[in-house]
Design a protein around this ligand. Structure first.
Ligand code: HMG
Ligand code: MG
Length: 313
C-alpha cells in the first residue's frame, strides 16, 4: 500500500495495465459544444492554457464544422488565431469535410479528427449523410490532410448503442472503423456517444475491431458517462491494452445531435483512478480540479465530475 494523503488516492498497482496512458482531453470541444450558451473565446483560451499547464498533452481544441450546426464552436478561427501553443502539446480539431479541412489548413492546424457514425440514423442526423455517403465525404479529407503532412484520427460514434436504432452490432462498428482507418488514419476512437456501454460489451467491440486488423495500440476509447459506466468501461479497455483514453475536464460534454448524451468521462475521475493504479498520465490533479472549478464558475453550475465535487465542492 502507498501512503494515503487527504485528496489523493492510495497508489496500489494492479496487474495487466499499461505503464502509461495518454489522455485525449476533449473538454474544449466535446465539453463546450453542448453548452446552452456560447462560451466567450477568451474563456476558452484560458481553459486550454490551464489544461496544458495541468500537464495534458492532447487538447482537442474546437471543430471546423458548419457554424449553424454547432454555433458554440463557430469561433474556431478566432480561437486558433488567439491560441498560444505550448511545446509538446497537440491541438487536434474536428473536421467533417473538405470545406472544414480548408478552414483548418488556413488556421495552421497540424492534427485533425474525422468523425464517422456506426449507424445510419446518426450519420444522417449528425452529418446529413447516409452511412455509405459518409465515407465519400471523409475520403478526400484524409487523403488531402495526409498529403499536407497532417495526422488524422478517426472517431466512430454510436459504437455501443444508438437512441433511434437500439443495439449496434460489434461487427458493424468494426467494419466502419476499418474503412476509416484504411483511408490513412492513425488512430480509431470508439465512441459511446450516449453512455450506454457496459464492460463486457467494451471487450466485445474492441475484440471485433482488432479482429478486422486494427492494432490495439491504434484504438482509443471515448466514453460518455450517462449511466455512470465510463470508468468501468475504461478499465476494461485498459486491461485489453488500450493506452489512449478520451475524457473531458470536469465531466462537461454531450452531443447536440444525440439528445440522450450527457457529459464525457471526467478527466479528474480518470486521473484519480489512474493515479491510484500507479499508471502514469503526467497530469497534475490539483491544477486540473482548480481548472474545472474555475470553468464551473464561468458556466454557472457545478462540474459534473464526482472527483471535482469531492476535492472542490
Ligand atoms: P450539409 O448541410 O450537408 O453541408 O452539412 P453541405 O456540404 O451540403 O454544404 C452546405 C453549405 O454549408 C455550403 O455553403 C458549404 O460551404 C457550407 P453554401 O455553398 O450553401 O453557401 N459548409 C461549411 N461551412 C463551414 N464549415 C464547414 C462546412 N461544410 C459545409 N465544415 C456537415 C454537412 C457535415 C457540414 C454538417 O452536418 C455538420 O457540420 N455536422 C457537424 C455536426 C457536429 O459537429 N456534431 C458534433 C460532433 S460529433 C460528436 O460529438 C461525437 C464524438 O464526440 C464521438 C462520440 O461521442 O461518439 C466525436
Ligand atoms: Mg463525444
Amino acid at each position: 500500500m502507498g501512503t494515503r494523503e487527504v485528496g489523493l488516492p492510495a497508489t496500489v498497482k494492479a496487474n495487466g495495465l499499461p505503464e502509461r496512458v495518454t489522455i485525449w482531453e476533449v473538454g474544449a470541444r466535446d465539453g463546450l459544444q453542448n453548452e446552452s450558451t456560447v462560451v466567450p473565446v477568451d474563456v476558452k483560451l484560458e481553459f486550454l492554457a490551464r489544461l496544458a499547464d495541468a500537464g495534458l498533452g492532447v487538447l482537442e481544441a474546437t471543430s471546423f464544422v458548419h457554424p449553424k450546426w454547432v454555433p458554440q464552436l463557430a469561433d474556431a478561427e478566432e480561437l486558433l488565431a488567439g491560441l498560444t501553443k505550448v511545446d509538446g502539446v497537440s491541438y487536434p480539431v474536428l473536421v467533417p469535410n473538405e470545406r472544414g479541412l480548408d478552414r483548418a489548413l488556413a488556421a495552421g492546424v497540424q492534427h485533425i479528427a474525422i468523425f464517422g457514425s456506426a449507424t445510419e440514423t446518426f450519420a444522417k442526423r449528425n452529418l446529413n449523410r447516409t452511412l455509405d455517403e459518409q465515407f465519400g465525404m471523409f475520403d478526400p479529407v484524409v487523403t488531402r490532410a495526409r498529403a499536407e503532412g497532417l495526422d488524422v484520427r478517426a472517431y466512430v460514434s454510436m459504437c455501443f448503442g444508438d437512441p433511434w436504432e437500439g443495439a449496434v452490432a460489434a461487427d458493424q462498428v468494426a467494419s466502419v472503423g476499418k474503412r476509416l482507418m484504411d483511408m490513412g488514419c492513425s488512430q480509431l476512437s470508439l465512441g459511446d456517444t450516449i453512455g450506454v456501454a457496459t464492460p463486457g460489451q467494451v471487450e466485445s467491440v474492441i475484440a471485433a475491431t482488432s479482429s478486422v486488423g486494427v492494432p490495439i495500440g491504434d484504438i482509443a476509447v471515448h466514453f460518455h458517462d450517462t449511466y455512470g459506466q465510463a470508468l468501468s468501461n475504461t478499465l476494461a479497455a485498459l486491461r485489453l491494452g488500450v493506452t489512449t483514453v478520451d475524457s473531458s475536464a470536469g465531466g462537461l460534454g454531450g452531443c447536440p445531435y444525440a439528445e440522450s448524451a450527457t457529459g464525457n468521462l471526467a478527466t479528474e475521475d480518470l486521473v484519480w483512478m489512474l493515479d491510484g493504479l500507479g499508471v502514469q498520465t503526467g497530469v497534475d490533479l490539483d491544477k486540473l480540479a482548480d481548472t474545472s472549478a474555475w470553468m464551473a464558475g464561468r458556466l454557472g453550475r457545478p462540474a459534473p465530475s464526482r472527483v471535482v465535487q469531492a476535492l472542490r465542492g
